[in-house]
Design a protein around this ligand. Sequence first.
Ligand code: GCV
Length: 703
Amino acid sequence: MKKGLFIICILTASLIKAEDGYDLWLRYKPVENKLLLQSYRSFLKDISVSGNSATIQIIRNELLKASRGMLAQIPVFNATGNKGLIIGNNKKEKKNVAFGQEGFAINSATLAGKPVINIEANTDIGLLYGVFHLIRLIQTEQPISALNMISQPKLKLRLLNHWDNLNRTVERGYAGFSIWNWHTLPGYIDKRYIDYARTNASIGINGTVLTNVNANAVILTGPYLEKVKALADVFRPYGIKVYLTARFSAPIEIGRLRSADPLNDSVQNWWKEKIKEIYSVIPDFGGFLVKANSEGQPGPQDYKRNHADGANMLADAVAPFGGIVMWRAFVYNPESNDRFKQAYEEFKPLDGKFRNNVLVQVKNGPIDFQPREPYSPLFGAMHHTPLMMEFQLTQEYLGQGTHLVYEAPLFKEVLNADTYSKGEGSTVAKVVDGSLDNFSLNGMAGVSNIGNDINWCGHPFAQANWYTLGRLSWDHHLTSEQISEEWIKQTFSKDKKTIGVIKNIMLHSHEALVNYMTPIGLTHIMYNGHHYGPMPWGNTLNRPDWNPVYYHKADSFGIGFDRTAKGTNALVQYAVEVQNQFNDINKCPDEYLLWFHHASWEHKMHSGRTLWHELCYKYNTGVDSVRSFIDQWNSIENKIDAERFRQVQQLLNIQLKDAIWWRNACLLYFQTYSKKPIPSTYEQPDKPLEYYKSIRILYAPGN
Ligand code: GCV
């Protein structure tokens, strides 16, 4: 590099101010395009905002912040002269059905010969969403002079699920402690609570379940309800409702009853009284999320009742107050011959038996948030029950807080999958948004990846997954590429080349992880307990369905779980068209092969390679991808502030080591069955299998 150029690079890099990531995608950096800047300034100079609610105050503050930061201009509100931006509630008697409760319209018009932008909605919250949309257009430097749009969320419930415990640990949390400081609530309102609400509102998230699904009944006691109320009061003007997890045995634990049987009168009355108390403290309380009879949690089956009995008891008690119940379908017990089939077996017979304020919340895949899973067969099987999607933002099985993995491609893959349950085009997205079966109650939840780390999510790129949940639950037609581009422009840079590089890394990151962790449909081969790192040999836990060997079934013949009629026949839980895609070992898409077949090491893959060779190829491709992410990231060093640049660089280097660890451990272990060499064209493991087996991580976070 020439000396002059070198100095310019150093100067540019040092001019980019260090950032700690706290501001997420609401950084409001100066607009760079001069022409657009002029246009934005003229529209945002004089703003008319009618009303005076807390939400309207928030709108004013946000516009002030955005104008100051991006336009170096302080807007004048409600001046008597010409306006550039008019924000007002639809005052007409009849609400505009096109906006609904939360939607908005943004239109360009001319007023007294001057161009203006009108933001209109039926509610103040709709206006807030409209304003955040306009701010997003400015942050991403889009023209705003000819807007003519209406936007309404596709889903009614757009929720974060916190797995936060009352002692502030976070189950599967990799970004520090819980942001809820129960000890100082309700007296102390941390600024984070307000920033949390504001950030969520900016992407349309309208609800939060504050507590872990492995629930603690104490949250339902009087003093804690006061703390919950304090949070609800902060969140309300941002359009966010609070929900809690209900521990099914709460009537025993905090109510002094001897039973929690949902058909018992005293139990029903206890819940009715408790719920009355909750609504007297928090009048717009959203309702409950429940994990029952799963992984040791209490539930109706303890009393020989079923999930519908349990859910309906709570649903009846919250119904008079407009509350809902989200009952999770994440269930499995060791008696079944295939964990894959359990949720379907327990819930399908109950279809149509739930009250109409109950949603069954289903994880995207049949097992448990693995790097890649086929969609849960329940999505094609419950036409009389609204099914809510549960995605996991926190990267329990995706490199946790250390690996760069953009999850939008994973989420889109599931949402776009066709269940064929009502003919071609019956996608999971249509099930979830209620359009397939006409459910107005519908929703999507993301298990939160938020903690008290300075940048909220630990890994700077993990913020993108939070952002994705909001954007996709508002509009699941958005593509992974669109969402990443929006996020990058608001979070890192508006420079074209830099966007291209970061987008390329993001869009390939999920596939890279699948390749170096669980290619060709391998699943659940991670380390026991903390779930970080590989342990395909794992076979020591009491329950077979917790052990990796249960899932891969490697032997001298081959590898994979036979779920065809010759095996556990789990495939019949899908529509015939879907069965036909997976049933035939020669036609099954490579990425799902070992989910559905026990294939020979010699099996010919679509690439022409044998299965063993393909496994070596995929693991190495995964490692190579991470190497290329490092090179790509390094190429934009002078375009990113030094603090975040180094943070990501260091994490990528760990990711590479981990990818090599996964590849070597898995190939060496599977080789003990395949008895074949790793082709010499690939990097050979530098240590023996015993070394990888001896690695212990005793204190991984998130347990
Ligand atoms: C909250 C997995 C996780 C558990 C989690 C559970 C669930 O098993 O490892 O930590 O518990 O899923 O979703 O309920």
